[in-house]
Design a protein around this ligand. Sequence first.
Ligand SMILES: NC(=O)c1ccc[n+]([C@@H]2O[C@H](COP(=O)([O-])OP(=O)(O)OC[C@H]3O[C@@H](n4cnc5c(N)ncnc54)[C@H](O)[C@@H]3O)[C@@H](O)[C@H]2O)c1
Length: 324
Amino acid sequence: MDFKEKRILITGAAGFIGSNLTDDLLEKGAVVIGIDNLFNGRLENLSGAFKNSNFEFHKGDVRDLNFLLDVFKDVDIVYHFAAFSSVPLSIEMPANCNDVNVNGVLNVLNAARKENVDKIIYSSSSSVYGDILALPVREDMPRVPISPYGASKLACEAYMHAFHHVYGLKTISLRYFNVFGPRQKDSPYSGVIAIWLGNILRNEDLTINGDGTISRDYTYIKDVIQANLLAAEYDTGGEIFNIGAESPISLTDLANLMLKLTSKSNLKIYYSDPRPGDIIHSYADITAAKQKLQFDPKYNQEQGLLDYFKWYNFTYKTNLKISP
Ligand SMILES: NC(=O)c1ccc[n+]([C@@H]2O[C@H](COP(=O)([O-])OP(=O)(O)OC[C@H]3O[C@@H](n4cnc5c(N)ncnc54)[C@H](O)[C@@H]3O)[C@@H](O)[C@H]2O)c1
C-alpha cells in the first residue's frame, strides 16, 4: 500500500509496538495521529516522531468515547495497540484489565463506525489459546485462556468480528506471539527478553520462572511491523491471523543464547517458581498469514536478538560485546 498522505491513527502510540509502527509509517509518508494515556508508554519513545510535521500526539484514554470521536475525524486506518498489556498485572487487577481492553475496543469500534474509518487493525495475542496441547497452534483451534489478560483479548477479538458482521466494518485481528525488540520496557511486568537484557547490562544473573522447559515463539518487532503493514492492504472479512516466528525456543536455551551473544557466559541462570497465568508452550502456525497476507518473517530469535542488541548499543551508547 502507498501510505503517503494516508491518515493513520495509532492507539497506544507511546508504547513498545505502537511507537515502532509510528516511526515506520512516518518514514513511508503517512500522517500519523498517535494517542496514549501514558499508563505504560513513554513520550521518549516518540522523540523521533515529534520531529516530523506529519505527526500529532493527543494524550487521552481509549475508555473516553468523546475523546475518540474527536480524534477519529477523517482517519483512514486505526491501529489499536492501547491495552492493559501485562499478564501478571492482569492477575492483580482483573477488572482494570477488562475495563481498558474490552471497553477500550468497544469504544474504538463505535468511534470508527461513527466516523466512517475504513479499517481497524487489532493487536491480539497468543494468550487467547491458553495451554493448548496440539502444536503449532492454528487459528481455528480451541481458545481457552488461562489469565484475565488472555480472556480480555479473546473478548476483544469477538467484538472485532461482530462489528464486521453486523456493521460491515473492515476489521482484522493479529495474534502476536511474544514480541521483542527495541523500546520494550525492562520491568517485572514486561517480556523476559527485555528483563534479561537489563540484567545482562547490570551484570546480574538471570532468573527463569519454572524449570526452563517452557517455550515461546519469540517474534521480532520488525516482523510484527511487517504484518501490520500487510494487514492495511488486506481485503478483510473480520479475519484473525497468527503472527509468529515459527521458531520456538525453551527459556533455558533462550537465556543461554542471550548470554552467549553478549559474551556474558560467566553469569549464572537460576530457577524459581513458575508464574501463574503463564502458558507452558506457545508456537504459532502461520500458514494462513503467509498465504493470505503474504507475511514472510525475516528474523529467527538469534537474528532478532543481534539486531536488538546492536540498536541498544547505538541508542544508549552502551558497549555490549556482541558476538554472533
Ligand atoms: N508485546 C507483546 O509481546 C505482545 C504480544 C501479544 C499482543 N500484544 C498486544 O500488542 C499491543 C501493544 O503491546 P505493547 O507490547 O506495545 O504494550 P505497551 O504496554 O508497550 O503499549 C500499550 C500502550 O497503551 C497505552 N495505554 C494503556 N492503557 C490505555 C488507555 N486506557 N488509553 C490509552 N492508552 C492506553 C500504554 O500507555 C502503552 O503506551 C497490546 O494490545 C498488547 O496486548 C503484545
